[in-house]
Design a protein around this ligand. Structure first.
Ligand code: KIV
Length: 282
């Protein structure tokens, strides 16, 4: 197969070709008015399930600091952590676009360092794009990466890596000054080359205005229905996490309870001698 064929994003399996989602195809979806579905994942098993279900984009978010590592914030997550989890996710995926989150202090020091670290996420971990938090301050880094062929998803609104600066997870962009700055940042990020923009926890009217002002897709989380796509942390969406219930999370299952019930029954079966039975033995 020629390189150009591979770049065409067709992957042939036994029966039918699977057309990979690319940064270009999510931009095309905005043009066609098709909503983009996104979730986080941190391992191959879950990534495979999301991919088989037809999710468009999988983000290896630094939320893994909270979800997988048990930290209070995303601040302790390292570049090596993201590389490790991205490698696993990439192994589980055939179709979805896999984006690796750049963790705290992997892009703030200088555009050069951001560029080098983003390169590791692409080359070592196999990500197809990276995500960084921030507005005009990260535009130079976005420009450098984009020019070198590293697609960047930007992230405005509530940016959890700035928790120590803001002191709370309150919604952003609620006053006129913050809203105007965010709109300006969004336009600058688009100009710098970002291929998409996450909008987290902002008023839906502001998200609508930003979405209308940009040609690149916006992906909302707590930003209302007018964004071009939506993202949630997958453990919130399936009800595995129960101690985090902002209004923007819709729970499609209650897996925390269901796993708890299964484990309780398993324990009972062991204690009562009902597991394993004859047909489960050799
Ligand atoms: O880290 C993460 O999971 C994120 C999404 C919630 C957008 O940044």
């Amino acid at each position: 197969m020629e390189n150009s064929d591979r770049n065409d994003a067709d992957r042939h399996t036994h029966s039918s070709p699977i057309r990979r989602v690319t940064t270009r195809s999510v931009q095309e979806m905005k043009k066609q008015g098709k909503r983009i579905s996104c979730l986080t994942a941190y391992d191959a098993l879950i990534a495979r399930i999301l991919d088989e279900a037809g999710i468009d984009v999988i983000l290896v978010g630094d939320s893994l600091g909270n979800i997988v590592q048990g930290h209070e914030t995303t601040i302790p997550v390292t570049l090596d952590d993201i590389i490790y989890h991205t490698k696993a996710v990439v192994r589980g995926v055939q179709r979805a676009l896999v984006i690796a989150d750049m963790p705290f202090m992997s892009y703030q020091v200088s555009p050069e360092e951001a560029f080098r670290n983003a390169g590791r996420l692409m080359k070592e971990a196999g990500a197809s794009a990276v995500k960084i938090e921030g507005g005009h301050r990260v535009c130079e880094a976005v420009r450098r990466m984009t020019e070198a062929g590293i697609p960047v998803m930007a992230h405005l609104g509530l940016t959890p890596q700035s928790i120590n600066q803001f002191g709370s997870y309150r919604p952003r962009g609620q006053n006129q000054q913050e809203a105007e700055e965010m709109l300006k940042d969004a336009k600058e990020l688009e100009k710098a080359g970002a291929f998409a923009l996450v909008l987290e926890k902002i008023p839906m009217n502001l998200a609508q205005e930003i979405t209308k002002s940009l040609t690149i897709p916006t992906i909302g989380i707590g930003a209302g229905p007018h964004c071009d796509g939506q993202i949630l942390v997958y453990t919130d969406m399936i009800g595995l996490t129960i101690d985090f219930s902002p209004r923007f999370v819709r729970r499609y299952d209650n897996l925390h309870q269901r796993v708890n019930d299964s484990v309780s029954r398993y324990i009972q079966d062991i204690q009562s001698g009902h597991f394993p039975n004859q047909s489960e033995s050799y």
